[in-house]
Design a protein around this ligand. Structure first.
Ligand code: SF4
Ligand code: SF4
Ligand code: SF4
Length: 266
C-alpha cells in the first residue's frame, strides 16, 4: 500500500492497481473510451483518462501509484487535454446524432456535452463504406473513433481475432481482420464487441425504431441454456428491442449470439 494525494485529499491505496482503477474505485468520474477492466491488457489509446500526476498530464490507465504521488483530476490542463482529444475525435466523425440510433447511449456524445465540445463539421467528411455483411450488426468506420476496445474484447475475452484497427484515408477505425468483411472472418456473431463500443462504430441491426429514453430496462436470465447469463432487455411498448449483457457473474458482460441477438422468440 502507498500514500497518495488525489484532488487535495490523502488516500492509502493498492500500488498494484492502475491509477485509473484506483480513481474509479473511489468513484471519481474519469472518462475513458478504450479501457475495459475485464482485460489485463491496457491499451492506452484514447488518452481520455489522463490526469495531472506530479504536474504532468499522464494517462492514468498506464500508471501505477507510487508513494507521495500528487494527482489532480480536474486541473485546467487536464480538462484542456480532454477537450482537445474530443475535438479531434469529432473532427473525424460523421456527426448525425439527430438520427443516430446510439444517441442517448453514446460516450462521445456524453463527453462532448460534458466538456462543452460542440464545433462539428458534419458534411465535410468523405464517408467510408459500411460493412453490413454480418446478419446481426454493422461496422461503421465513420462512427468509429479508433479506440480499439472492440478488437481487444474479441481478442482477450472472446478469444477470437476477428477485428483489427486499420487506417483508411488517414482515419483509424476498426475492421474485419485478414479479410474484406466481417462475415467472411472468424467472427461468431457473439456481439460482445457491439455491447461495449462507446459509439455507433458497431451497431446492432435493430428491428424496431426506438430511443433509449423511450425504453424500460428489465433484468432477466437468458433462457437458452444452463449457464444463466444475466441480461438487461430494453423494452418499448411491450416489445423487447435490445439486449445488453450485465457486468455480473456468471457472464460478466459477455453473451453468445443467442442471448445478444436472438430475443424475438419471447
Ligand atoms: S455515434 Fe454518438 S456522436 Fe456519433 S452520431 Fe451517433 S450519437 Fe452522435
Ligand atoms: S468500433 Fe467502437 S469499440 Fe471499436 S474501435 Fe471503433 S469506437 Fe472503438
Ligand atoms: S461479434 Fe464476437 S467474434 Fe465477432 S467480432 Fe465481435 S467479439 Fe469478435
Amino acid at each position: 500500500m502507498v500514500n497518495i494525494t488525489i484532488d487535495g485529499k490523502n488516500y492509502l491505496v493498492n500500488e498494484k492497481l492502475s491509477l485509473l482503477e484506483t480513481l474509479q474505485s473511489l468513484e471519481l468520474e474519469i472518462p475513458t473510451f478504450c479501457r475495459d477492466n475485464r482485460s489485463e491488457e491496457k491499451l492506452g489509446i484514447c488518452g481520455m483518462c489522463a490526469v495531472s500526476i506530479d504536474g504532468t498530464v499522464t494517462k492514468s490507465c498506464k500508471t501505477l501509484p507510487t508513494e507521495g504521488m500528487v494527482i489532480d483530476t480536474k486541473a485546467p490542463e487536464v480538462i484542456d487535454n480532454r477537450k482537445k482529444l474530443l475535438q479531434k475525435y469529432i473532427d473525424n466523425h460523421h456527426v448525425n446524432c439527430l438520427v443516430c440510433q446510439k444517441s442517448g447511449q453514446c460516450k462521445l456524445q456524453e463527453y462532448c456535452y460534458k466538456y462543452g465540445v460542440d464545433k462539428t463539421i458534419p458534411n465535410s467528411l468523405n464517408l467510408l463504406p459500411i460493412d453490413d455483411s454480418n446478419p446481426f450488426f454493422i461496422i461503421d468506420p465513420n462512427k468509429c473513433i479508433g479506440c480499439g476496445k472492440c478488437a481487444q474484447i474479441c481478442r482477450n475475452l472472446q478469444c477470437n481475432h476477428a477485428l483489427k484497427l486499420k487506417t483508411t484515408d488517414g482515419k483509424i477505425h476498426t475492421w474485419a481482420n485478414k479479410t474484406d468483411n466481417i462475415n467472411s472472418s472468424t467472427c461468431v456473431s457473439c456481439g460482445n464487441c457491439v455491447s461495449f463500443c462507446p459509439t455507433a462504430g458497431l451497431l446492432p441491426k435493430y428491428k424496431h425504431q426506438f430511443r433509449h429514453w423511450e425504453t424500460k430496462t428489465v433484468k432477466t436470465t437468458c433462457g437458452y441454456c444452463g449457464v444463466g447469463c444475466q441480461i438487461n432487455f430494453e423494452v418499448k411498448d411491450n416489445v423487447i428491442v435490445e439486449s445488453h449483457p450485465i457486468l455480473v457473474k456468471p457472464n460478466v458482460g459477455l453473451l453468445c449470439v443467442k442471448g445478444k441477438f436472438g430475443f424475438s422468440y419471447v
